[in-house]
Write a protein of this length. Structure first.
Length: 157
């Protein structure tokens, strides 16, 4: 299935359950800017479980933490970002190899659950990634799984 671009809020999927929201997290155990803020407001378990795991065992690039929200709904905390964005940083925090591993795991799990996949333009905001490169990764990983994938852009304003 092709990627579907929609206008809306990725924290409120436009399909009935089962569904999964996928997003990129850093490997420092920090949760504070970008998409994670509205995600945590709507689905606090995603933040709570990420922070608990980061404190208990740490999080590593390429890992995915699947957080069950109940009633056929999940969040995939994909660890695809090395550190966090800082003004003056020479390299972007996104790590494409790690993101590719995350997408493979996430697509396999969504397929197993019969879930559609929903996301913002992952890795292209504060993680500093190039959307064209990320989109190519998505098409490569997700086409194999034949998943319904919606990529959200917030409406103006």
């Amino acid at each position: 299935m092709p990627l579907q671009y929609v206008t809306g809020d990725a924290t409120a999927p436009q399909r009935p359950a089962p569904w999964m929201i996928a997003h990129v997290c850093n490997d420092l155990g920090r949760w504070g800017k970008g998409f994670v803020k509205p995600l945590a407001r709507r689905w606090p378990a995603a933040k709570r479980e990420y922070l608990a795991r980061a404190r208990a065992t740490g999080v590593a690039l390429g890992e995915v933490q699947f957080v069950a929200l109940g009633e056929g709904r999940w969040v995939a905390n994909m660890i695809g970002q090395r550190g966090v964005y800082r003004a003056g940083r020479k390299d972007a925090p996104i790590r494409y190899e790690a993101l590719a591993r995350c997408l493979a795991r996430t697509s396999a799990r969504a397929l197993e659950l019969g879930a559609s996949l929903h996301m913002p333009r992952i890795g292209a905001g504060l993680a500093g990634g190039d959307w064209a490169e990320i989109e190519a990764l998505l098409r490569g990983q997700l086409a194999l799984a034949r998943l319904e994938v919606l990529v959200y852009t917030l409406p103006p304003g």
